[in-house]
Design a protein around this ligand. Structure first.
Ligand code: FAD
Length: 487
């Protein structure tokens, strides 16, 4: 049985950020994930906003870690090479009552030490965002807010952690946690993996309460809060430059209009407390609600620009704050209840967990071999956007795969898919999130079969066994051969 100093359960942004943080030290760390790829939980289905930090009150852990996390993203972008832009966020008011809410949010932000917050009037607002509704009478402006592609960020954390020696287990659902007499934990998964560790960090998102109870801890429960989001075509990508919020409600920051780092626009999310942890449906009512709210702020938004929809479940814990810390079981540390702004807070959560581990007696010595840098993908679409054709030709010389298009909507090349496979992505969704193949207007009509063939060639997995997102989601359901419909 392999032994580790620390085992992290769950490879969303929380687990990934902790794994990368611990990868700099001379300890043995592993991360165990039940899905086929990382970031397949809540971390792939969110708004991608690096929040400024004025939405929640001082004194809450999520507020403190949001502010600290936000400040870490410039250096992380530099080291890991993911896309991150500090576009800024605007909360808009339609009447005097809402203006008063903006003043309260401003005061809260100042108490939280959010930098460069401003209350701004209509003239400046129209100059900044000409497509906003004329009925808006003022806004709170937070220039430090930013946007990322959440899965790209999560993948880059994991890649760098693995480069620096963290062991990764996927397709392994933790089913048993036992404590040995001399203090170590033994973890067993439902497919028979058995590993031991001195410390467990529970970063299991929606299932963190179930993981805690495997260790005998029943002090909290996780309730899913569903958020539906709708993605609009790149054609309307210039509708907004900044993230546009309405005034918040009790349960959420409201339904937003969000520019993405890839030039599209997203609208949503809804916020609905539900009972099931596997209800990822999007609904007619959700669509209506999101569009009504978005159109009120940006009248030019049109329903027929929607190219796809998804929903994510926020893991809301008893008490409504993050639950990060030691437990009644020595060595078992929770990083649970990581609802919004968990993506923003993730770097600070990782530092916080490291501090707890040290207090609990883990000795951490930086490895001389630690390399904070990850090599980003070479992306044709970025060279097209910046018109850097000479740079593209120079950087891709000798690899004809960079000249063969697989996805026409997003300009993804064969070489990008090959690179994604070499970085561990072996499902259609894994390739989609790593490269964007299948994310454009045609939603994979053109590229799906091409990606499947590349996956088959490069992994050796027969095409009928390749899945969308892991066991049970095979895409081609009949035996292949001459005469099969796609041949
Ligand atoms: C609609 C929506 C919009 C949001 N927008 C934002 C935003 O704009 N900005 C922001 O900062 N935050 C946002 N959030 C919050 C953010 O997405 C979450 O805080 C964050 O993704 C939580 O990450 P996590 O790693 O804790 O959980 P997850 O990403 O869910 O990861 C937990 C992992 O644990 C694994 N796991 C569970 N059980 C087991 C087991 N038994 N064995 C092994 N593995 C297991 C799961 O498969 C999963 O991969 C949003 C959330 C939603 C739903």
């Amino acid at each position: 049985m392999k032994h580790f100093d620390v085992i992290i359960i769950g490879a969303g942004v929380t687990g990934a950020a902790i794994a990368r943080q611990l990868s700099r030290y001379s300890i043995k760390t592993a991360i165990i994930e039940k899905e086929t790829d990382v970031s397949f939980g809540t971390s792939k289905a969110n708004s991608g906003i690096i929040h400024a930090g004025f939405h929640s009150p001082p004194g809450m852990l999520k507020t403190e870690l949001c502010i600290k996390g936000n400040r870490s993203f410039d250096i992380l972008k530099e080291e890991l090479g993911f896309s991150f832009e500090r576009r800024g966020e605007l909360v808009v008011a339609f009447n005097d009552e809402e203006l008063q809410i903006l003043k309260n949010l401003y005061a809260q932000g100042i108490k939280n030490r959010v930098h460069y917050l401003e209350l701004i009037g209509t003239a400046r607002l129209r100059e900044m965002e000409p497509n906003l509704s004329e009925d808006i009478i003022g806004a709170l402006y937070a220039p430090t807010a930013g946007i990322v592609e959440p899965y790209e960020y999560c993948f880059s954390l994991i890649e760098n952690a693995r480069q620096n020696g963290v062991a990764m287990f996927v397709n392994e659902k933790v089913a048993v946690i036992a404590k040995q007499l001399f203090g170590n934990f033994v973890i067993e998964t439902d497919s028979g993996l058995k590993v031991s560790a001195r410390f467990i960090v529970n970063a299991a998102g929606l299932h963190a309460d179930e993981i805690a109870s495997l260790a005998g801890i029943t002090s909290f429960a996780i309730t899913p809060r569903k958020g539906e989001e709708y993605l609009l075509d790149r054609r309307v990508g210039n509708l907004v430059t900044r993230i546009i919020f309405p005034v918040p409600t009790k349960d959420s920051k409201g339904m937003l209009v969000i520019p993405t780092v890839e030039g599209t626009v997203m609208v949503g999310p809804t916020a609905e407390n539900i009972n099931e942890k596997d209800n990822f449906s999007t609904t007619r009512e959700g669509l209506r609600c999101v569009f009504e709210n978005a159109k009120k702020m940006i009248p030019g938004i049109r329903l027929h620009d929607v190219i796809t929809s998804f929903s994510g479940l926020r893991p809301v814990a008893t008490g409504d704050d993050f639950i990060i810390g030691t437990t009644s079981v020595q060595g078992f540390i929770n990083a649970a209840g990581i609802q919004s702004p968990g993506l923003t807070a993730s770097p600070a959560i990782a530092q916080h967990v490291e501090d707890i581990l040290v207090k609990e007696g883990l000795s951490l010595k930086v490895k001389s071999s630690w390399n904070p840098k990850r090599t980003p993908f070479i992306k044709l679409r970025h060279s097209i956007a910046t018109r850097d054709y000479a740079g593209y030709i120079k950087n891709t010389a000798g690899n004809p795969g960079y000249n063969k298009l697989v996805c026409r909507c997003e300009n993804i090349t064969e070489a990008e898919v090959t690179e994604a496979v070499s970085r561990g992505h072996t499902t259609l969704d894994g390739i989609k999130f790593a490269t964007r193949a299948g994310m454009g207007r045609c939603q994979g009509s053109f590229c799906t079969y091409r990606v499947l063939k590349l996956l088959e060639q490069q992994t050796g997995i027969p095409i009928e066994k390749i899945t969308k997102k892991g066991g049970g989601s095979e895409i081609i359901k009949f035996p292949m051969g001459k005469g099969a419909p796609h041949e």
